[in-house]
Write a protein that binds this ligand. Structure first.
Ligand code: C5P
Length: 259
């Protein structure tokens, strides 16, 4: 692996009329909620770093021609080495750039590195290593069919309350209970027309923790965002119990597929 060594092609578009699809993978988070240890994306699942699972999940889609990994600011060399060590499809170009202080900044740095011939962009959290390729393809297809912003999402099992947040386990006053049937939990990869996503990131400066959802930035432009069905295996590995679930999903796949 090295930074885009193969010539730019429109490999995913046989007619060459449309540009390539890229996947930007923000992987620069520290993952403090998982407990002490390596940055979250570098922790292993089934002996393989979560980031490599996420990269493979994107590259498994034949539509994805370029993958940009946004590494921890001081970990770009380590991430390049990891990509070199693990088998990845020949047809895909890989780039690694250092990330920023917030997810929003990391995504923006990834977007700045996109090759010129990219017209559609997926943004996929390294923390969702097990997203199935069918979900990735469904998002790409909706973008190619003309939707400027596409998000995989699932209905909620839990009822959700809006609260006045308190710290330290203090009781939190409830402000509202949105109707559960109208709520969706959103996942990644989120897919965008490149120009729309760039405009969205340019318009909204990072404030505080920054945006946790790229589609939310597009909504602020007044551009429509649509949802497609997500997948339960696209869950985000955030807390220690999620690691247990991810290992179980991986073990089941390895037992049943040629994974
Ligand atoms: O913290 P959270 O789970 O919301 O992070 C979602 C994704 O954003 C993770 O893949 C994480 O590595 C990435 N991230 C990043 N740069 C940051 C913070 C988070 O790339 N500064």
């Amino acid at each position: 692996m090295s930074d885009v060594t193969r010539p730019a092609t429109t490999g995913d578009t046989p007619g060459g009329s449309r540009g390539r699809t890229a996947a930007v993978i923000p992987a620069a988070g520290r993952g403090v909620r998982l407990g002490p240890g390596a940055p979250k994306a570098l922790r292993t699942l089934g002996g393989i770093p979560m980031l490599i699972h996420a990269v493979r999940a994107m590259a498994r889609s034949r539509a994805v021609g370029v993958v940009v990994v946004v590494a921890p600011p001081d970990g770009a060399a380590e991430v390049r080495n990891l990509l070199d060590e693990h088998a990845l499809p020949e047809r895909t170009d890989f780039l690694v750039v250092p990330g920023g202080e917030t997810r929003q900044e990391s995504v923006r740095l990834g977007l700045e590195a996109l090759p010129a011939d990219v017209t559609s962009v997926l943004v996929h959290d390294a923390a969702r290593p097990l997203v199935p390729v069918d979900t990735v393809d469904a998002v790409v297809e909706a973008v190619r069919d003309g939707a400027p912003a596409v998000v995989p999402a699932l209905p909620l099992a839990d009822t959700v309350k809006e609260v006045e947040p308190r710290t330290g386990g203090e009781p939190e006053p409830v402000v509202a209970t949105p109707e559960r049937a109208r709520l969706r939990a959103v996942q990644t990869p989120q897919g965008f027309d490149r120009e729309t996503l760039l405009r969205a990131h340019e318009k909204t400066a990072v404030s505080g923790e920054g945006a946790t959802d790229d589609a939310g930035l597009v909504e602020l432009l007044g551009v429509p965002v649509v949802l497609v069905p997500g997948h339960e295996e696209a869950f985000k590995v955030t807390r220690p119990l999620d690691l247990v679930l991810a290992e179980a999903v991986l073990a089941r796949r390895r037992a049943t597929d040629a994974y």
